[in-house]
Design a protein around this ligand. Sequence first.
Ligand SMILES: C[S@@+](CC[C@H](N)C(=O)[O-])C[C@H]1O[C@@H](n2cnc3c(N)ncnc32)[C@H](O)[C@@H]1O
Length: 323
Amino acid sequence: MAINPIRAFYLASRGTKNFLLKRPFCVSFEITYSCNAKCKHCHLGGIVKDEEQASPEQFGIRAEELKPVVAQISGGEPLLRRDLEQIIKVIKKPQKPPFIVLTTNASLLTKEKYTSLREAGVDEFSVSLDYPDERHDEFRGIPGLFKRIETLCTSLRAIKDKCITLSCVVQSQNYKDVIALAEKAREWEVKMNFSAYTMLRTAKKEYMISEDEMPEFKQTIRRLIEFKRKYKTVFTSEYVFKHMIKFFENHETPNCRAGERFLVVNPDGTLSPCGLIIKKYQSQREIKEDFLKSNTCNYCFTSIRANSEKPAKYLIKDNLQNI
Ligand SMILES: C[S@@+](CC[C@H](N)C(=O)[O-])C[C@H]1O[C@@H](n2cnc3c(N)ncnc32)[C@H](O)[C@@H]1O
């Protein structure tokens, strides 16, 4: 979405402060671990009974205290929470940060729900889409999901500045489809983002891109970058694509800064350094004192990490491109 200059100024000044003060750029509010999908690459799925859930106000206090530039509302499937609009409303500060991104599988996202969530304060919807056709239904365990996403995007055609970015987790079985995915997004007049698969959730090695597949993968990414330059509908930056290739070559990206540049608020309001290492910290200071000193995990290059850990030059350059 286009950001107005006043908001862009506030977001940039918070970004600068957070960079200097080692506060997180992105906080992911994982407001429930319940999920209505059974994704092949994810360990979550099914309803968590008697889950301890923080109230909208408690999430609001966390947002005030952590002061992120970007607040990602995620899970689990965040649309399963009936008080989702209320959570968004307490985190939202008109004209000011955070920029609010709702990450969803979109199975429950109708045109009406899109409108009510926009009114509550969502700035961007990150809609998961891993295949440019019905293979997505099979991968996510939700029949008819691809068609539903297509219907949602096309039903919003009249809205010029649609706030939807489709988000694909790139892995061995869909990397040949990334251009087709970018074309689909362009046809539906929405943006396209790419994130790298990590084994940390399910330990499934078969989704990592193998050494034999690397030449074709690199060629595909080169074509994707050309597509990005030509149409400007791909959100993922060239910096991120370059490091995604390195991640699949080496199976790691050094110097993880989870807990510093980004962190997670758990469903009960406690904090984790990331969504793949669940802890119950009470404050970012506790994360710094305990987790940061001993963290040796480097085994992901998901979007939240890729976009939060960029050197300052790319943080500025990539964000200017996306305004
Ligand atoms: C856990 S989901 C929660 C939000 C929502 N239910 C959804 O499907 O978008 C958040 C993001 O993590 C991604 N994800 C799940 N498993 C992953 C994995 N093994 N590696 C990288 N990303 C993964 C999903 O594709 C999704 O984009």
